[in-house]
Design a protein around this ligand. Structure first.
Ligand code: K7E
Ligand code: CUA
Ligand code: CA
Length: 610
């Protein structure tokens, strides 16, 4: 690393910190000191990590042909997708298009995907979580939010494909999303980060802008109800008893400018009491707004919501795998607030004050954002301004130690989410942790003004944190979970259940009803079931393709030249597309996915007569 590069980094970091200073981060001048240059000790650390196995540490080597121990499910931020990685190799195994358009799979081009996307083409996937049974993953579904268009999507794990998508009414900036963990995922909660008038009347005064905690039926994928509060609702978590969901709020001020949002000296962790929500539904204590049951959870209006004060503008909330504590990361405060969940019962019963639920407030570093757990009593917090992962001891914090720090690891740079293997379950196993860093700055060869993002895999099996992988990733590594392979692998199918699709083609043919033409095609390597189809200009054509090859991996494609159509069909899968034959001429359709020695010959003509 040359001096010049180090010099540049210093400037980058300084300007960023200045910005944060303007934003009002409670950070003094001292924030510029930590790791503004790469230290000798850090270089040493990388040198040591190079060899795979280090004495006394687990190996992170996955030899060619070997399988990974974990599935990583990544949310892809404003790319709108999800990704599947192997951990610890960090090999990208698959991308699952969700809110985006993906030409390789045809997601967004087929009738099946259009039915879910309803014409929307962008999304911002922040929080991905799996469905649960008894406090751990059941391998059935993944859920993910879209912050841009206020939607929740569900991915079924057997096909690793998006299977449902719903709009959340009355919501903007859909954010923190978390499934019920116990006894199983019946409900899912999702938050609105941006307060708006409910209903959305443009003339409403600012103090009538509200946040909504939405409850979704995870199996039916339907909104159950919404709890309306004054606060904005940022990150979300559920407990391990099926009693509570909780959300951090950084804008309890109902501000609309940054200075208004930072005005109060504290904000809240809001806890939602599920028994009392059910009671309100039973007693019809709600208003129907835009087709949704909206329960009034405002201060003084109901006993459904407990507001636990925490230092101003907090960010993540994460529950420890033993179910005992919720850790609220301070963001603007250098602390994490540890809330004892048993005390929430007492606070709801009116026996203690909400603030008495906070049993520790250790100092972690500058800009703590998200916390994860190793299942051995340690918390690990991502610290954005310091660019560190900080491991700390929960018990020592609860005993009153101000800085119960076990280890501090420099990461590169400005870490957002971190997540340890199985950490959002009661089976947290403390093996690997991923640091999803927002910036890579000068870490890789220059590819223009937009630099790659950086993610680092950390071995957390020992006392000290050790980086074992340092790589780039496509925009944006937002959040993730890492799930043991034995939970997922047996659930994943090699081929589709052919007749699950009502239009599955068993025999190729063309059917015409006036201007509506249905073209049914089987695909068997290396041929489609028809060699040519005659159409008339102006026909409304639906092409349905079913792949009849049962060998797994034998995926075909279907692209229609100069008609903007492109999708794939995997073994026993059916997909369809509808278009208007508005251009006369000869148009070849061809297989886009290499399937056979005669893959290039796998094509057919569409003849559109004038
Ligand atoms: Cu921290 Cu949207 Cu998950 Cu970003 S939120 S970091
Ligand atoms: Cu079928 Cu290539
Ligand atoms: Ca605030």
């Amino acid at each position: 690393m040359s001096d010049k590069k180090i010099g540049n980094k210093k400037i980058d970091r300084r300007s960023l910190l200045k910005f944060l200073g303007v934003a009002g981060a409670a950070a003094g001048a001292s924030v510029m000191v930590p790791n503004s240059v790469i230290s000798e000790s850090k270089k040493m650390m990388f040198a040591k990590a190079e060899g795979g196995e280090e004495k006394g540490r687990q190996s992170y080597e996955v030899k060619p042909g070997e399988y990974d121990d974990y599935y990583g499910f990544w949310s892809g931020g404003h790319s709108g997708e999800l990704r599947v990685l192997g951990i610890p190799s960090m090999r990208e195994l698959k991308r699952i298009p969700v809110f985006n358009i993906d030409c390789g799979s045809g997601w967004g081009i087929t009738n099946e995907s259009k039915k879910l996307l309803k014409g929307l083409t962008v999304g911002d996937t922040h929080h991905v979580h799996g469905s649960y049974k008894d406090g751990t993953y059941d391998g059935k579904y993944l859920f993910v939010n879209d912050k841009i268009n206020a939607r929740i999507a569900r991915v079924r794990i057997d096909y690793m494909e998006t299977d449902a998508m719903i709009d959340i009414p009355n919501a903007q900036g859909l954010h923190g999303t978390f499934p019920q963990r116990y006894p199983k995922t019946e409900w899912l909660v999702t938050n609105t980060e941006f307060q708006i008038p409910v209903p959305n009347n443009p003339g409403a005064p600012q103090n009538e802008y509200y946040g909504l905690h939405t409850i979704v039926d995870a199996e039916k994928m339907a909104v159950v109800c919404q709890i309306m509060v004054e606060e904005n609702l940022d990150l979300a978590a559920t407990d391990y008893q099926g009693k509570y969901s909780m959300s951090t709020s950084y804008n309890s001020e109902q501000g609309v400018t940054i200075s208004e949002m930072l005005a109060a000296d504290h904000d809240y962790l809001l806890v939602f009491n599920w028994e009392r929500i059910r009671e309100a539904l039973r007693k019809n204590n709600y208003k129907m707004i835009n087709g949704v049951k909206v329960i009034d959870g405002r201060r003084g209006k109901s006993d459904i919501v407990l507001r636990i004060p925490v230092p101003k503008n907090p960010h993540g909330v994460n529950v420890s795998p033993d179910g005992k504590y919720a850790v609220c990361s301070g963001k603007v405060s250098p602390t994490c607030s540890v809330v004892e969940i048993a005390k929430i019962d007492q606070a709801f019963a009116g026996k203690i004050k909400p603030e008495e639920c906070v049993v520790a407030q250790p100092e972690i570093g500058l800009g703590p954002l998200h916390t994860t757990f190793d299942g051995r009593g340690n918390a690990i917090t991502s610290v954005f301004i310091d660019s560190t992962n900080v491991k700390w001891d929960l018990e020592r914090a609860i005993k009153g130690e101000k800085k119960p720090i076990v280890d501090v690891l420099d990461v590169h740079y400005q870490v957002g989410h971190i997540m340890a293997t199985m950490a959002e379950t009661k089976e947290a196993d403390g093996r690997w942790l991923i640091s999803l860093n927002k910036m890579s700055k000068d870490r890789f060869i220059n590819v223009g003004p937009l630099k790659p993002e950086c993610e680092q895999l950390v071995d957390i099996s020992g006392e000290k944190l050790r980086i074992v992988h340092d790589g780039t990733t496509y925009i944006e590594p937002h959040d993730c979970i890492m799930v043991r392979r034995d939970v997922i692998e047996p659930k994943v199918k090699h081929r589709y259940d052919m007749f699950e699709h009502p239009l599955a083609v068993t025999k190729s043919g063309v059917e015409r009803k006036g201007k509506d033409v249905t073209v049914s095609l089987t695909a068997n390597a290396p041929v489609y079931g028809l060699q040519e189809v005659k159409l008339k200009k102006g026909d409304r054509v639906t092409v349905i393709v079913t792949n009849h090859d049962e060998i797994s991996d034998l995926t075909h494609g279907f692209a229609l030249t100069n008609y903007n159509i492109n999708f794939i069909v995997s073994p026993f899968q059916t997909k369809s597309v509808t278009f208007t034959a508005d251009k006369p001429g000869v148009y070849w359709a061809y297989c886009t996915n290499f399937c056979h020695a005669l893959h290039l010959e796998m094509r057919m003509r569409f003849i559109v007569e004038a």
